[in-house]
Design a protein around this ligand. Structure first.
Ligand code: UD1
Length: 431
């Protein structure tokens, strides 16, 4: 299993190109199941989760091709992927595949909408809380499907097709909203979604579905209206920039000091995180190339944050912000409201000498003078990158174990950081 070795204490200077968003790429790829024509996705990040989902879609009958890199292009230049689900060969998604990636459960909506039937394994346990799928099942039932749960599988049927309906989410859910958008696009009649998630990745999926011929209005707001259509066509769509990757590197620069341009990052997608970084004492400015983050010498101020659905502070940046706060001059309070149990990074940050106390869904962080490098263990995607950020600022050497978590969501992390002066290397272990 690969590890990453980091020697901390260097400032970051230079440019970091921001990749296409993983959390938009995955539902967009799944949307290819809705049509027999080719869906071409540009600006696709090269990530383990994308490769895994290609395998899963292949199981359902999706043919795909990936455009090669042109001579002279940077290794992390974005890729274009063509997906064609001419014929669905299997409407069953087995446990072996779904358990590897939670988001693959979302195939249930397009399979059901196009084929009238889908049998998809429940995703099973997850490191960050129970993460149920009850609201996704509620969407399918509201749209007229009969759903049975048998031996760990969700078996949904709608032989006569789905029917538009009113769907009101009792809680904001990104996956639930993606499911409703995909299923309602091919349902008969009108659907209204209330209390929809407003995340930029929802808007990206709706934009792509509209290019495919769907009739969706209001994505990005809490009420979305969808007029079902008989079939969808192919389309070409570029994935939006990854706000979580941009926010992560912004926090890294705020922590180490330095001056970095996050190329292609869009400030509107992560305003609440940028506000918190600025309050902590880093300079944030917007240029026509992206977002520039810098900090010179001055210490960091403590800032309290509470995670919330978009446009609030993203839960996917909570661990990284906590790493930053471990060296602020004073105490900060970080409240997690989206996922229970999303504090696994706390124990690992403590190995660097961080002082953090947990009380329910609140972490009280008491800033320390400096962190010391240590061997640490990556536990989930966002938690792992918080350890990388801490290591960049810590004195001495850190080895991050189990980096496959990072490879799921951060494209060319070592290269991007090394090019800005960080001492980061991957130690590949055979076997
Ligand atoms: C997506 C993101 C993830 C992000 C999360 C919240 C992807 C691939 N993943 O995950 O990175 O952290 O949004 O921004 O895009 N819930 C239920 N029942 C359900 C579904 C969800 O109770 O049927 C709860 C969850 O347990 C959680 C909350 O709703 O407490 C929000 O979860 P949700 O927005 O659905 O997260 P995901 O779509 O799984």
């Amino acid at each position: 299993m690969d590890r990453i070795r980091i020697v901390g204490g260097r400032t970051l200077e230079g440019r970091i190109p921001i990749s296409g968003a993983k959390n938009a790429a995955l539902p967009l790829m799944i949307a290819s199941l809705l049509t027999s024509e080719t869906l071409t996705l540009e600006n696709m990040p090269n990530l383990a989760d994308v490769s895994m989902l290609l395998r899963i879609l292949g199981h359902h009958g999706v043919d795909y091709s990936v455009d090669g890199r042109r001579p002279g292009e940077m290794p992390h230049a974005s890729r274009t992927i063509h997906l064609s689900a001419r014929a669905i060969v299997d409407t069953m998604a087995p446990y072996e595949l779904v358990s590897k990636m939670r988001a693959s459960f979302w195939v249930v909506a397009p399979l059901l909408a196009r084929m009238g039937e889908a049998k998809v394994s429940l995703p099973g346990g997850c490191a960050i809380g129970t993460r149920p799928v009850d609201l996704l099942i509620m969407v399918l039932e509201r749209l007229g499907a009969s759903v049975e749960i048998e031996a760990g599988y969700v078996h949904a049927r709608a032989q006569k097709g789905l029917r538009g309906a009113e769907i009101r989410f009792p809680k904001v859910t990104v996956g639930g909203t993606h499911t409703a958008l995909m299923a309602a696009s091919l349902a008969h009649g009108h659907t209204r979604i209330e209390n929809a998630a407003c995340e930029p990745e929802i808007v990206d999926l709706a934009d792509c579905l509209n290019k495919m011929g769907a009739k969706i209005k209001g994505a990005g707001q809490t009420a979305i209206e969808i007029e079902g259509v008989g079939s969808l066509s192919g389309a070409r769509h570029a994935v939006l920039p990854d706000r979580i990757e941009a926010g992560t590197y912004a926090m890294a620069v705020a922590m180490t000091g330095g001056d970095v341009l996050l190329e292609g990052a869009s400030p509107a997608l992560l305003q609440s995180a940028l506000d918190a970084i600025e309050q902590a004492g880093a300079g944030v400015s917007v240029t026509n190339e992206g977002i520039r983050v810098r900090r010179n010498g001055a210490g960091l101020s403590p800032v309290d944050v509470t995670t919330a659905p978009f446009p609030g502070f993203p839960t996917d940046l909570q661990a990284q912000f906590m790493a930053l706060m471990t060296v602020a001059k004073g105490c900060s309070r970080i409240t997690e409201t989206i996922f229970e149990n999303r504090f696994m990074h706390v124990q690992e940050l403590a190995r660097f000498g961080a002082k953090i106390r947990l009380e329910g869904d609140i972490a009280f962080v008491e800033g320390v003078e400096s962190l010391q490098g240590a061997p640490v263990m990556a536990t989930d995607l966002r938690a792992s990158v918080s350890l990388v950020i801490a290591a960049l600022a810590a004195e001495g050497e850190t080895v991050v174990n189990r980096v496959y978590h990072l490879d799921r969501g951060f494209e060319h992390l070592e290269e991007k950081l090394s090019r800005c002066g960080a001492l980061v290397e991957r130690l590949s272990n055979p076997g």
